[in-house]
Design a protein around this ligand. Structure first.
Ligand code: CA
Length: 389
């Protein structure tokens, strides 16, 4: 009884004392933390070996698929460096709008960026080759050209005047041709059509009689819904489902003639990169390479499930572009490409490298990847022994 009474009388006091002690300890700790964060906010604290980077993207924050590239890079670098280099990822519009990240990183407003090189074709016409070109190489081939065919060296040469170092930043694989609200049965159906379609493909689309409109991913849905555009391409089933494209368009066309293996980019301000010790530079380099491969793996895994969802649960009408439409687009592409390499010497230099590599790898893939995919369809779709006759 006495013990219980003691507890009743003194327990609240003990709790109060403990709370007061905790508040004091936390207060001291927070003061120390505030001092720390002030020190890092002022710039890299080389004495502590601690670096903080800002990375700006052309995607909405936490966007699946494309947006995972920057998040993965930040996570890999954090884990590999034991937290010595923290990359803080900002979505489109948080520090700068989507199409201003190139300038922001070039000028040191941010240390790094994640987007697509073809967005900058107005500044660097040759940049289109580093993302994708119509009827060009697929993801596997583009990765091979960049990392073993001299492509990355050319990319770095093209970006050097902007104080930027580019790295491959993930590929979507072959994209879808896009979302339409009317069927495309002949090239006449493209006449006057206003479509969101970036890169060199936008010029090709215009050459073929359409009107290309350049808008960032985050604005496509509303533009299509309000009739600012008639059609739009974004990525493929996984990312298009996430954007809700099926709610504003009915027909979903393939194949992605315009983006057969779209490569994204990490761009890093050269001064920010040079300020890192060699081991952190290596960590950034290899983390970028890992994040690059991871994106293609994720898209390959998720596109199939997303397509089934779009068709089976959302009533999306899947259509293949007719061959004569594809041929007309290819002819338009030939003209646009010729103009590009006539007007810009760097584009001509990159095209020469790209085309030589493409011709070689296409011939090889004709008897390897392509021959195998054809062969597996033949045998796996063949009637079983009991179904013969
Ligand atoms: Ca696209």
């Amino acid at each position: 009884m006495a013990a219980a009474s003691f507890e009743r009388r003194f327990t609240p006091l003990i709790i109060l004392a403990l709370v007061a002690a905790l508040v004091l300890v936390l207060g001291l700790w927070a003061t120390g933390r505030a001092g720390e964060s002030q020190a890092v906010a002022a710039g890299p604290d080389v004495a502590q070996g601690q670096y903080h980077w800002k990375l700006v993207t052309t995607w909405p924050k936490n966007f699946p698929g494309l947006g995972s590239g920057a998040e993965n890079l930040a996570r890999y670098v954090d884990e590999l460096s034991g937290g010595r280099l923290k990359i803080h990822v900002y979505g489109a519009g948080e520090i700068v709008p989507a199409f201003e990240i190139f300038d922001a990183v070039s000028q040191g407003v941010a240390d790094a960026g994640h987007g697509a090189a073809y967005y900058w074709k107005g500044k660097v016409p040759a940049s289109v080759f580093f993302t994708t070109i119509p009827f060009g190489m697929n993801a596997q081939e583009t990765n091979a050209w960049l990392h073993y065919g001299g492509g990355l060296e050319l990319w770095r040469e093209a970006y050097a005047p902007f104080n930027l170092i580019p790295f491959a930043g993930g590929s979507s694989g072959v994209q879808m041709a896009g979302w339409f609200n009317r069927e495309i049965k002949s090239i006449a159906d493209l006449q006057g059509l206003k479509m969101r379609i970036p890169g060199l493909a936008g010029d090709v689309f215009a050459e073929a009689g359409g009107t290309s409109v350049r808008i960032p991913g985050g604005e496509i849905y509303t533009s299509l819904q309000t009739g600012v555009i008639d059609a739009a391409e974004w990525v493929g089933p996984y990312n298009d489902l996430a954007l809700g494209m099926h709610e504003v368009a009915k027909y979903y066309y393939y194949p992605g003639w315009h983006e057969p293996g779209s490569m994204l980019e990490f761009i890093i301000n050269k001064d920010s990169f040079d300020a890192l010790p060699p081991d952190l530079q290596a960590i950034v380099t290899y983390a970028a390479r890992a994040a690059n491969q991871d994106m293609l793996d994720e898209f390959t895994a998720r596109n199939n499930a997303a397509l089934q969802d779009l068709v089976n649960n959302h009533g999306v009408q899947l259509r293949r572009l007719p061959d004569d439409v594809l041929l007309a687009l290819y002819r338009a592409n030939e003209k646009v490409m010729q103009q590009l390499i006539t007007d810009d010497p760097m584009a001509a230099k990159v095209y020469a490298s790209y085309r030589k590599f493409y011709d070689g790898v296409r011939a090889y893939h004709h008897i390897s990847e392509q021959a195998y995919i054809n062969a597996r369809d033949v045998v796996m779709d063949a009637p079983g022994p009991d179904q013969a006759h």
